[in-house]
Design a binder for this molecule. Structure first.
Ligand code: AMP
Ligand code: TRP
Length: 350
């Protein structure tokens, strides 16, 4: 798959030549995992898994930045782990763990808070959007991107594969890394966002002008996910908003955003080129045909994820064992880095 790598910074503490590039990414366990999460992030993690050294995290501390039901959060943390595994994240090839199990994340966040100007956080568009929708905004929501910087920097990750909406947060992590390196000497690798050219911003099926998002997942026909009933997925695609025309082509015309979105979904899932995708639909009978075929590939893609996740969820003890192993592996990398931060900042490290 084609990817666009943004950012140009020198990786100051880069690993020795020949070492596999290190990847860190994560997802919040709150809300309903959807097709946008799958295409913008998880599928790409799986595709890149073989040639990279990977750390994939279930970022439960980030979920706490908005109120959560405790039992539901615990269930969703295991459920997202099961989805990662069922989608093809392999515990022998990737370190898979829960953020709160490695205490260095919260501690590292505190240390980074103390080198991050408040003005940088006030500029984050995701914070501005989310806080505008809430009556009472928690401090953690403002601090969210610093915790995310700690996630990434503790592992000296060179690449951070996410959807388009995380680019500004990764840029902030770069700025924090550079500032820390400047203040205390070379400590962190300056990470690069890795955002795909196609599929980095999947739009809502009910409204192709807004991003598919967890916060709208309750809206009927907005999103589909791997745990949904296939008949429901088919219905959501059938109802997908398009336009009054009949041309099945990629386009950046906002009036054609619905068709463009359907084609992008099809392209990433089938792994074909843009040209091949348009050829596939050259003889299609209208948008009804397009929607039907996109629904089919999505349902087929999700089938093993749905079945695998259900199997894994039936054995919570086994999932917890896997996560304990992942946390141990992650801590072996993150704890020495945290120690280095503390020493450089003048703390007595026992
Ligand atoms: P979140 O839903 O905020 O937990 O996002 C988890 C991951 O999915 C991040 O890498 C996001 O950038 C990505 N993502 C979220 N929504 C979309 C979307 N509509 N299209 C593509 N990627 C997305
Ligand atoms: N903020 C990310 C999101 O909502 C999740 C996240 C937390 C993350 N820490 C991260 C992504 C570190 C990449 C790297 O999607």
């Amino acid at each position: 798959m084609e990817t666009a790598t943004a950012g140009t910074g020198d990786n100051v503490a880069a690993q020795p030549a020949g070492a596999r590039r290190r990847v860190f990414s994560g997802m919040q366990p709150s809300g309903e995992f959807h097709l946008g999460n799958y295409i913008g992030a998880l599928k790409r993690w799986v595709l890149g898994q073989e040639e990279k050294e990977n750390f994939f995290c279930v970022v439960d501390l980030h979920s706490l930045t908005v109120p959560q039901d405790p039992a539901e959060l615990r269930m969703r943390t295991r459920q997202l782990t099961a989805i990662y595994l069922a989608a093809g994240i392999h515990p022998d090839k990737s370190t898979l763990f829960v953020q709160s199990h490695v205490t260095a994340h919260a501690e590292g966040c505190w240390l980074l808070n103390c080198v991050t100007p408040l003005g940088w956080l006030n500029k984050m568009t995701q914070y501005k959007d989310k806080s505008a929708k809430q009556e009472s905004v928690l401090t953690g929501l403002l601090d969210y991107p610093v915790l995310m910087a700690a996630d990434i920097l503790l592992y000296d990750a060179q690449e951070v594969p996410t959807g388009e909406d995380q680019k500004q947060h990764i840029e902030l992590a770069r700025n924090i890394a550079e500032r820390f390196n400047h203040l205390y000497g070379e400590t962190f690798v300056v990470p690069e966002p890795v955002i795909a050219k196609v599929g980095a911003r999947i739009m809502g099926l009910d409204n192709p002008l807004v991003k598919m998002s967890k916060s709208s997942s309750g809206v009927r026909g907005h999103s589909v996910g791997p745990l949904d009933d296939p008949a429901e997925i088919e219905r959501s695609f059938k109802r997908a908003v398009t336009d009054p025309g009949n041309e099945i082509r990629f386009s950046d015309d906002p009036a054609k955003a619905g068709v463009n979105n359907l084609l992008s979904i099809y392209q990433v899932i089938t792994g074909r080129s843009g040209e091949e995708v348009e050829n596939d639909f050259a003889n299609a009978r209208g948008y009804g045909d397009l929607k039907k075929r996109v629904a089919e590939v999505v349902i087929e893609e999700f089938r093993p994820v749905r079945e695998g996740a259900a199997r894994l969820m039936a054995d919570a003890a086994e999932l917890d064992r896997l996560l304990a192993r992942g946390a141990e592996q992650a801590a072996a990398v993150a704890m020495p880095k945290l120690r280095e931060m503390k020493e450089k900042m003048g703390l007595i490290v026992p």
